[in-house]
Write a protein that binds this ligand. Structure first.
Ligand SMILES: [Zn+2]
Length: 423
């Protein structure tokens, strides 16, 4: 890990890389550019959306009119729920004879991940189960991917900037007792060609979606910032996202709950779209941590919503990481980073210089996380039926790729204690 603070002009920069990024088109109203962008890739578009909300919203009719005016043929795949192997493989099989030139995913994380996986497999015709990490057949993905345009309508998952699609399902022939999985199809050829972020598309987001996806973005920013894979590049991106999200998330949520569009609500939406994009760029380059390690089996076994599960866990994980580092690795740069994150989330640029002592800034971080989970009405894990007798299996299944970049090496007992504290 690099040093705790961004290096100054004479600071030593270690070696690092930046993974492939989409071309980024950001700004209110820029959805109007989508058909022209899509036309740059061909004449046949596959639109992947969530099941209802976008199609029922005000942006659907102008979008379709725009595609038709641009002479584009399109077909539509509405997605209910999270991407499963059957959904992805079925969508690919249905379109292999007359494949689209470009896939446009419009929606939340599930729609974008479905679109990303389908775009990845249309040309190879292979099953998503061939390429999933940790389950399935473990065959290399050889590409090529069909060009993919990602258009998020929520602020949180960062899928528009990442190179993985999270697939939820059950292995075929694994028997009824086999646990379901939540695993990634990951390859840098899956990165969207274009990420189009129009904060106006976030208007009308229900409060629970704002809360869940917002806590996902916040967790992704905090975990990538404190990850053992962090770099000067991800530090810059994560800092910007953390500075944006601390005030924007509760402000946008409060406006949505009250049903009133305050003058600053549009600015809060824009800040959240930016923070979510930062979270995706940072996580794709730095990796994540224990929250994402633990939330994956919670989602697979208990249907815990990804972002709400992150929200339920993030305070307990942060508390545990700080305590473990203070005891076993007091010189860890992650301790300084937690302090910096506490200052950035407080939203006062002057405070990033250290108006608070490091210890007070870490306490402020924990207090902010507790306050946000309360204000945003994040359910605790027991609300999903999680019970203590499942802890051994959950602990065993939490050690995926995210756990490997957690700043502290946690014992099974410590992961169990995090679950207990989040119940
Ligand atoms: Zn996440």
């Amino acid at each position: 890990m690099s040093g705790p603070e961004a290096p100054g002009p004479f600071g030593a920069l270690g070696p690092f890389g930046v993974a492939r990024l989409p071309r980024i088109v950001f700004g209110a109203g820029r959805i109007s550019e989508l058909s022209a962008i899509a036309a740059g890739y061909g004449t046949h578009v596959l639109l992947v959306t969530g099941s209802r909300s976008f199609r029922d919203g005000p942006a659907w009719a102008p979008l379709v009119a725009g595609l038709e005016a641009a002479g584009l043929a399109w077909d539509h795949l509405p997605v209910a729920g999270e991407p499963s192997p059957n959904l992805v493989d079925g969508a690919v099989a249905d379109r292999r004879r007359d494949p689209p030139d470009v896939v446009v995913g419009i929606g939340g994380g599930a729609a974008l991940d479905t679109a990303k996986a389908v775009a990845g497999l249309l040309r190879s015709g292979t099953s998503v189960l061939d390429h999933l990490e940790g389950v399935g057949r473990g065959l290399p993905y050889l590409g090529p991917a069909t060009p993919f345009i990602a258009v998020p309508t929520t602020a949180g998952t960062g899928s528009e900037a990442t190179w993985n699609a999270v697939i939820t399902g059950q292995l075929p022939n694994a028997g009824p007792k086999a646990p379901p999985f939540k695993k990634s199809f990951r390859d840098d050829r899956l990165v969207a060609s274009v990420a189009l972020l129009d904060p106006d598309l976030l208007a009308g987001c229900p409060p629970a979606v704002i809360a869940g996806d917002g806590m996902d973005a916040l967790t992704q920013l905090l975990e990538s910032f404190t990850s053992t894979g962090a770099s000067p590049f991800t530090d810059a991106v994560a800092r910007s996202g953390l500075a944006a999200i601390g005030r924007a998330l509760p402000a946008w949520h409060a406006a949505a709950l009250g049903g009133a569009e305050a003058s600053e609500t549009a600015a809060a939406r824009g800040a959240m779209a930016w923070a979510a994009l930062c979270s995706g760029i940072a996580l794709a380059n730095a990796g994540l941590g224990a929250v994402h390690g633990i939330v994956a089996p919670l989602g697979a076994r208990f249907g815990v919503h990804h972002g709400m599960g992150c929200g339920a866990l993030v305070a307990a994980v942060t508390h545990m990481n700080i305590a473990v580092l203070a005891e076993r690795a007091p010189g860890s740069p992650a301790l300084d980073r937690y302090a910096t994150a506490g200052r950035l989330l407080a939203g006062d640029p002057a405070s990033t210089d250290g108006a608070l002592t490091d210890e007070a800034a870490r306490d402020a971080l924990l207090a902010t996380l507790d306050r946000l989970t309360a204000v945003l009405r994040v359910p605790r894990l027991a609300a999903y039926g999680v019970m203590a007798d499942a802890f051994p299996a959950l602990v065993a299944e939490s050690r995926g790729s995210s756990m490997r970049t957690n700043p502290a090496v946690l014992t099974d007992d410590e992961i169990g204690a995090i679950l207990e504290a989040s119940l």
